[in-house]
Ligand binder design. Structure first.
Ligand SMILES: NC(=O)c1ccc[n+]([C@@H]2O[C@H](COP(=O)([O-])OP(=O)(O)OC[C@H]3O[C@@H](n4cnc5c(N)ncnc54)[C@H](O)[C@@H]3O)[C@@H](O)[C@H]2O)c1
Length: 437
């Protein structure tokens, strides 16, 4: 099938590459010329495990091309995915400037039947607006489909190749058949392609993200209470997660959620609720709890040092909003580091993938370590902010030698008190009693 994907960010680049991998002819389009020039050479512009190999192979085999020329991509394609950003607008709603702009441009060069698919996360009713934008410019027959994306950054290729489910929202039988055919190679193990109305599909994406975010905020609240009551939340987590109705995922307490999706999608959903005269109180609470939780590791560090952080050197392990990505959008690391700097602390940071992005965010306000151990040299404490695998089994003896004071603030509960005690660290985690060194 001939496919165009407009927007080559985390979603568009992964989707385009994976569609090519399953045998389609794919043209990816972006307005960012520099990005397109890099992608043409087979070099991914984001870090995602497995992406580089797929990109190289599919370019080499001629199934995957990159261009800034939207017209030719649209003319050559039957299915056109819109995967541009939907950033937060000033009032919290999703900014649809890019999505609707692309829809108008597609309409200008549409000469025969097309399936136009919104893959970007868009508020309920956007598909109808896309249809209107197109109808205002062109009378060629098109069908509009909502196909929200559920991939996780850090496992995006795997998630796309083997999705738990594919959601296709449309009122058109013709478009539905084309979409089902396109996705059938990805669900050969029997995971469902769920077809529904267009507006239902748009809402499904927000409801999924809001529920997952709420699970995280709920567990963080329980963790904070556990701490005050002398309970270890890690035990409680295992105790409740074994109930199939609850499940084990998204129950890990920590420093709150960040990233390019949960925070902005929650705010867009809240906005939808307000506009419809039905404010979403649970979602509101999830967001409020999360905003507070993003500061919690900083507060623990500040309190431990009696409010005097000036001149102290704090090593930070992990900057990306989660492991296996270089994405730092709305990352808790940013909140924590800004707070530490405001209090006069010096920060030396290390992340396996996000160092470049950190440099553009913090410039020379922090120091950047060449590896995790270099960050610890003469530091007064270590703060673990992202749970990268390489931080999970470190050389504790070496860490003790490097740190001026053996204190670990673990924002992701990746260590166990027993191993910490063995090495004589003081250990402050989330939702569990402090282990004194
Ligand atoms: N990142 C995720 O994990 C994820 C997961 C599911 C859904 N989503 C949603 O998918 C959408 C895209 O997210 P992302 O993280 O890939 O965004 P991104 O910011 O990484 O990429 C967006 C891309 O679109 C390009 N673009 C903007 N305007 C354009 C135009 N007019 N024509 C062509 N290209 C244009 C930008 O240059 C950029 O490369 C958003 O709606 C997001 O909410 C993201």
């Amino acid at each position: 099938m001939n496919i165009a994907v407009i927007g080559t960010g985390y979603v568009g680049l992964v989707a385009g590459t994976c569609f090519a991998e399953s045998g389609n002819d794919v043209i990816c389009v972006d307005v960012d010329e520099q990005k397109i020039d890099i992608l043409k050479t087979g070099v991914p512009t984001i870090y995602e495990p497995g992406l580089r190999d797929l990109l190289e192979r599919n370019i080499e085999e001629g199934r995957l091309r990159f261009t800034t020329d939207l017209d030719s991509a649209v003319r050559a394609s039957l299915v056109i995915f819109i995967a541009v950003g939907t950033p937060e607008g000033e009032d919290g709603s999703a900014d649809l400037t890019h999505v609707l702009g692309v829809a108008r441009n597609i309409a200008r060069c549409t000469d025969d039947y097309k399936v136009i698919v919104t893959k970007s996360t868009v508020p309920v009713g956007t598909g109808d607006r896309v249809r209107q934008e197109i109808a205002a410019v062109s009378d060629t027959e098109v069908d509009v489909v909502s196909n929200p994306e559920f991939l996780k950054e850090g496992a995006a290729v795997d998630d796309f190749m083997k999705p738990d489910r594919v959601v296709i929202g449309t009122e058109s039988d013709r478009a539905r058949e084309i979409m089902v055919e396109l996705y059938s190679p990805f669900v050969r193990t029997g995971n469902p392609i769920i077809t529904m109305g267009l507006r239902s599909a748009e809402m499904t994406k927000y409801a999924a993200n809001a529920l997952l975010a709420t699970k995280i905020s709920f567990m963080n609240e329980i963790a904070n209470l556990c701490e005050l009551l002398g309970v270890d939340v890690n035990e409680v987590r295992v105790g409740i997660g074994s109930d199939h109705r609850i499940g084990t995922q998204f129950l890990f307490p920590g420093v709150g959620f960040g990233g390019s999706c949960f925070p902005k999608d929650l705010r867009a959903l809240l906005k939808m609720g307000h506009e419809a005269g039905r404010p979403l109180q649970v979602v509101e609470a999830s967001e409020r709890v999360n905003n507070a939780q993003k500061e919690i590791l900083y507060e623990k560090i500040r309190d431990y040092f009696g409010g005097k952080l000036s001149g102290l050197k704090i090593a930070v392990w992990g900057l990306a909003f989660k492991p296996r990505t270089d994405d730092m959008r709305e990352a808790s690391s940013v909140t924590i580091i800004d707070k530490l700097l405001d209090d006069g602390a010096r920060v030396v940071a290390y992340d396996p993938e996000a160092m470049e992005r950190a440099r553009s965010r913090f410039g020379d306000r922090i120091q950047y370590a060449a590896n995790a151990y270099v960050a610890l040299e003469k530091a007064d404490a270590l703060a673990v902010v992202t749970e990268w695998n390489e931080f999970r089994r470190p050389n504790f003896a070496k860490m003790r030698e490097l740190l001026s004071r053996p204190i670990i603030f673990d924002g992701r509960n990746i260590y166990t008190p027993a191993e910490i005690r063995k090495h004589g660290f003081t250990y402050v985690s989330i939702g569990a009693p402090i282990v004194e060194g």
